[in-house]
Design a protein around this ligand. Structure first.
Ligand SMILES: NC(=O)c1ccc[n+]([C@@H]2O[C@H](COP(=O)([O-])OP(=O)(O)OC[C@H]3O[C@@H](n4cnc5c(N)ncnc54)[C@H](OP(=O)(O)O)[C@@H]3O)[C@@H](O)[C@H]2O)c1
Length: 327
C-alpha cells in the first residue's frame, strides 16, 4: 500500500523538489500550502494540495488526517520557529503519524543564529515526543548562489558580507530532496540524524570563484562587501520581498558567524551513503547553473563543462576516442 506523506511549506524550493522526487517514486504526496496559487503549483507537480496555515493547529490536524508520515519544513527565516515546531509535533502525535521527518540544518547548536538554534529546540521536542523521527541536517544550499548568478556572470564579482577565505560546507538542494525522498519511502531510518553535505564541497568563496571562472570561461573574484551594501542589493530581490527587517537580521547574524569561523561542519560520506552515489559538488552544480542561464538567454552553442588547456584541446581533437586520456 502506498504511504500518505504530508509535506509542510510544500510550495517552497525544498518542498517542490521533494514533490518531484516522491512523484518519480510513484508516491503522490499531500502538500500543505498557504495560498490558492501555491496549491495550483503543487498540483501541477503531482501533489494533492491542502490549503491551510501552518500555525493553525486545526489546519494541521486536517492536513495530517490519515497520513503516515510528515516532512516538516519551517518557512525561511520564521522568527518563532520553536513554537511552530511544537505545534507540528503535537499535531503529529494527535494524528497518529508513524514517521516524522524534520528538515533541520547543519550545526543546529549555533545559538547566535536564530534559525539554527530554533531547529535544535524542535529536535529536542521530537526526541521527547515518542514519535519515530528522522532529522536531516542540510548545510548551505548551493542554490543560494542562484539569485546572484546573473550579476556574477555579468560583472565577474561575487559579493557577500563575509571573508572570501573562510571555508564552508555546501550541498545541492536536489540531492537533499532525493535523500529526503529515500528516508520517507524506504524502511530503516527511524531515530537517525543525518548531516547532508556535498562531495568536495568544503571550500572557500575564493576557491569556488575559481570554479565559477572555469565554468564561465572568464575571471571571477569573490569580494567581501559591507552588510549595508549587501542589504541594499538584496532588498531588490524577489526572495527578500516578504521579509521584515528583524527576519533579514538573522541572515546578517549568519554572515557574521561565517566571517569569524566559516562553516566547518558536516561530512560528505553520509549523503553519499544515503544516495548510493557521490553527492554533487560545485563543478557539476555550476555547470548546470551556467547551462540554465544560457538556455534562458537562448544561447544554444555547446561549450565543454571544463575548459581544457589549448594543448589538451588539440590532442583530444586529434584523438577523440581517447577522451581525457589524450591529455
Ligand atoms: N537556504 C539554505 O541554505 C538552508 C540550508 C539548510 C536548511 N535550510 C532551512 O530550509 C527551510 C526553508 O526551506 P525552503 O528554502 O524550501 O523554504 P522557502 O523556499 O522559503 O519556502 C517556504 C514556503 O513556505 C510557505 N509558507 C510560508 N508561511 C506559511 C504558512 N503559514 N502556512 C503554510 N505555508 C507557508 C510559503 O508559501 P507561499 O509561497 O504560498 O507564501 C513558501 O512557499 C528553513 O527552515 C531553513 O532554515 C535552509
Amino acid at each position: 500500500m502506498t504511504k500518505t506523506i504530508l509535506i509542510t511549506a510544500a510550495s517552497g524550493q525544498t518542498g517542490t523538489r521533494l514533490i518531484r522526487q516522491l512523484v518519480a517514486r510513484g508516491v503522490r504526496p499531500r502538500a500543505l500550502v498557504k495560498r490558492a496559487a501555491s496549491a495550483e503549483r503543487v498540483r501541477s507537480l503531482g501533489a494533492e494540495p491542502v490549503i491551510g496555515n501552518e500555525w493553525d493547529s486545526a489546519d494541521l490536524l486536517r492536513a495530517m488526517e490519515g497520513a503516515d508520515s510528515v516532512y516538516h519544513i519551517a518557512p525561511s527565516l520564521t522568527l518563532d520557529e520553536p513554537e511552530l515546531g511544537r505545534r507540528m509535533v503535537a499535531a503529529a502525535s494527535r494524528a497518529g503519524i508513524s514517521h516524522f521527518v524534520l528538515h533541520g540544518v547543519i550545526a543546529p547548536y549555533l545559538d547566535n543564529i536564530n534559525y539554527h538554534w530554533a531547529k535544535q529546540i524542535v529536535q529536542r521536542e521530537l526526541y521527547r515526543s515518542g514519535l519515530p523521527y528522522t532529522v536531516l541536517l542540510p548545510t548551505n544550499f548551493m542554490q543560494n548562489v542562484s539569485w546572484t548568478w546573473p550579476s556574477i556572470a555579468r560583472d565577474g564579482r561575487w559579493l557577500l558580507p563575509y571573508d572570501p577565505a573562510r571555508r564552508l560546507t555546501w550541498v545541492d538542494l536536489d540531492d537533499v530532496a532525493e535523500a529526503a525522498a529515500i528516508v520517507l519511502t524506504e524502511p530503516g531510518h527511524a531515530l537517525g540524524t543525518y548531516e547532508l553535505v556535498g562531495t568536495d564541497a568544503y571550500l572557500s568563496r575564493t576557491q569556488i570563484a575559481a570554479l565559477m571562472a572555469q565554468a564561465l570561461g572568464r575571471p571571477v573574484v569573490a569580494v567581501k562587501e559591507s552588510p549595508e551594501a549587501y542589504l541594499a542589493h538584496a532588498r531588490g530581490q524577489p526572495f527578500f520581498e516578504r521579509f521584515r527587517d528583524e527576519e533579514v537580521a538573522q541572515i546578517l547574524a549568519m554572515f557574521d558567524d561565517y566571517d569569524r569561523h566559516g562553516m566547518p561542519a558536516g561530512n560528505a560520506r553520509v549523503l553519499s551513503m544515503l544516495l548510493g552515489r557521490p553527492a554533487r559538488g560545485w563543478p557539476e552544480f555550476l555547470a548546470s547553473l551556467r547551462d540554465a542561464g544560457e538556455a534562458a538567454r537562448g544561447v544554444t552553442s555547446y561549450r565543454p563543462r571544463w575548459r581544457l588547456a589549448p594543448r589538451c584541446t588539440r590532442r583530444r581533437a586529434a584523438a577523440p576516442h581517447r577522451g581525457r586520456a589524450a591529455c
